[in-house]
Design a protein around this ligand. Structure first.
Ligand code: TPS
Length: 522
């Protein structure tokens, strides 16, 4: 087989000790291959050479029967002895150049990589593929290196740009997190994975055929949707406002439920604003009801404003369930730069699930992106903000693979390709508590209706709906309503502003919004 013909999409790494009781190794292996495994790595730890060779011969027979490649872990001598297709080398195994000298011409060489430096070395060694791991925590291998996280894969893939080296993600990958893994493990340059490798999800299964099939279905659904390619849009304010008007009309007709785990300071006003724009709020934090809620709610808002350690679990479960049912997640990382608890919690959440929209002020988004360009005080940002906010939101959206809303005197919104600037909104919004939080509720409500209207319910589509238009709608509705509310004779300050705002939200029409919207495509 020529090197380039190898299909790395579903890569099985073996582990005989993980087989369920009464399951024979070769039987399991064959079922897994029939279920869709495209390449096999025999991984034997703590066995003597004779036993390793025997197992390798047996595996080779099964693999050859089904036309899949067999790779040997670590032991180059075993690979040579049985005529395997190649070897997989860890960072502490034999060096690539040495292995290449021992192996026949055309053999596959793969290397485990945990850092960008490892990837660079693998590129210099001109290996055939790299195994990027561990993506998630795993029980299968004692990890000596840190868990990378789905969001850590992008820079490693980027280091492969311009090469022909294939990339596989490994470590805790399961059918339950595969879509999240595929969706998130993409570089800002749109370099994607060529496959995923699993041990326990297949080997420890009593039904390896079905386990492999489940993974295969998600893999092919994902590929056929081509969801990882950035959408190319040529948008004008008019086209965007058509989309906004449509969502404003539909939300009142369909009244989507919006699950909100939010700030306890502003729960009531968030719920009232949600009702006023035509959606229906559910403010619930009990971990055991998260999955049921995701089933029938249109979206979930996660706001960390008054987050406690005991709510993190609910947030994880809520987002995981939302991803499972293809419902958008809106993350409001309130004051994320203020404490390490918030910073760590947001990292956990973003690694765990694929978010649809992230909304924050300059200080919050700077903290999230890890730049020191913007300073914050408590939950507010101070100073001038970003020198190039357009590039900043676009890059963050690409990196997190979601829509990003940067709030400020101009609000910037990007889906990673297009950036719009919105200039509505009133300074009185800054004088009531939780203005940002109610904006999160507005965005989540329009994400819910957008998802509900989107017809695509294929397995490959992790985030349904048009998050970009939904976020623009959420921001415009609130900020235009704020402008109109301030014109009302009965509104004379922050106290009367909030009820006035809720009244305007309640009666705001698409035509009114169109007339007042200050939107530009940047
Ligand atoms: C292609 N490796 C990293 S995590 C892990 C292993 C064996 C355990 C995953 O188990 N890349 C390739 N082959 C390898 N052997 C490694 C990396 C090293 P589970 O799927 O049960 O979490």
């Amino acid at each position: 087989m020529k090197r380039k013909d190898i299909d790395y999409s579903l890569y099985l790494v073996t582990a005989r000790h993980l087989l369920p009781p009464n399951k024979a190794f070769l039987e399991s292996l064959e079922e897994a291959i029939v279920g869709g495994v495209t390449i096999v790595q025999l991984r034997e730890k703590d066995v003597d050479s004779r036993e390793f060779l025997e197992q390798a011969e047996l595996c080779k027979t099964v693999c050859e029967k089904h036309g899949v490649s067999l790779i040997i872990n670590d032991r180059v001598d075993v690979a040579v002895a049985i005529g395997a297709d190649g070897v997989h080398l860890g960072q502490t195994d034999m060096k690539v150049a040495q292995a290449r000298m021992m192996l026949p011409e055309g053999s596959i060489i793969g290397v485990s990589c945990n850092t960008v430096e490892h990837v660079r070395a693998a590129v210099l060694d001109d290996v055939d593929y790299i195994g990027i791991g561990s993506i998630w925590g795993t029980q299968t291998k004692k990890l000596t290196n840190p868990v990378i996280g789905v969001r850590g894969v992008g820079p490693m893939l980027e280091a492969l740009d311009g090469t022909n080296i294939k990339a596989i993600a490994i470590g805790g990958v399961k059918s339950t997190n595969l879509l999240r893994t595929l969706y998130g493990a993409v570089s800002a340059t749109n370099h994607k994975l060529d496959g995923i490798a699993v041990v326990s999800d297949i080997i420890a299964s009593k039904e390896p055929l079905n386990a492999a099939k489940a993974l295969k279905t998600i893999l092919s659904g994902f590929q056929s949707r081509g969801i990882t390619s950035m959408p190319t849009r040529s948008l004008t304010p008019e086209i965007l406002l058509d989309g906004v008007s449509h969502l404003m009309e539909e939300i009142r007709k369909k009244v989507p439920l919006v699950h909100q785990i939010t700030n306890t300071v502003v729960q009531t006003q968030s719920a009232n604003v949600t009702l006023a724009i035509g959606a229906s709020p559910i403010m619930a934090t009990e971990p055991t009801e998260m999955e049921d809620l995701a089933r029938f709610c249109g979206s979930v808002l996660i706001n960390i404003g008054t987050m406690r350690a005991d709510v993190v679990e609910s947030m994880i479960l809520a987002g995981r369930a939302a991803n499972k049912f293809h419902k958008p997640i809106v993350l409001d990382p309130v004051g994320v730069g203020a404490t390490s608890f918030r910073k760590n919690s947001v990292k956990v959440l973003l690694d765990e699930w694929q978010v649809g929209v992230i909304k924050g002020n300059a200080g919050e988004l700077a903290a999230l992106a890890g730049t020191s360009e913007v300073k914050s005080r408590g939950v507010d940002s101070v100073g001038l903000g970003f020198s190039d906010p357009v590039a900043f939101v676009r890059n963050l959206a690409r990196r997190e693979r979601c829509t990003v809303v940067l709030t400020g005197s101009t609000d910037y919104i990007s889906d990673g390709v297009c950036v719009v600037g919105l200039k509505n909104g009133n300074e009185v919004l800054g004088k009531i508590t939780g203005a940002g939080c109610i904006l999160g509720s507005c965005i989540a409500s329009f994400c819910a209706i957008s998802a509900q209207l989107s017809e695509s319910s294929e397995a490959g589509h992790l985030v349904q709906g048009d998050m970009f238009i939904a976020a623009i709608t959420g921001v415009l509705v609130l900020t235009v309503a704020a402008d109109i509310a301030m014109e009302k004779p009965e509104v004379c300050g922050p106290g009367t502003f909030l009820p006035g705002l809720i009244d305007v939200l309640w009666s705001l029409t698409p035509a009114q919004l169109r007339g007042a919207a200050k939107i530009s495509v940047l």
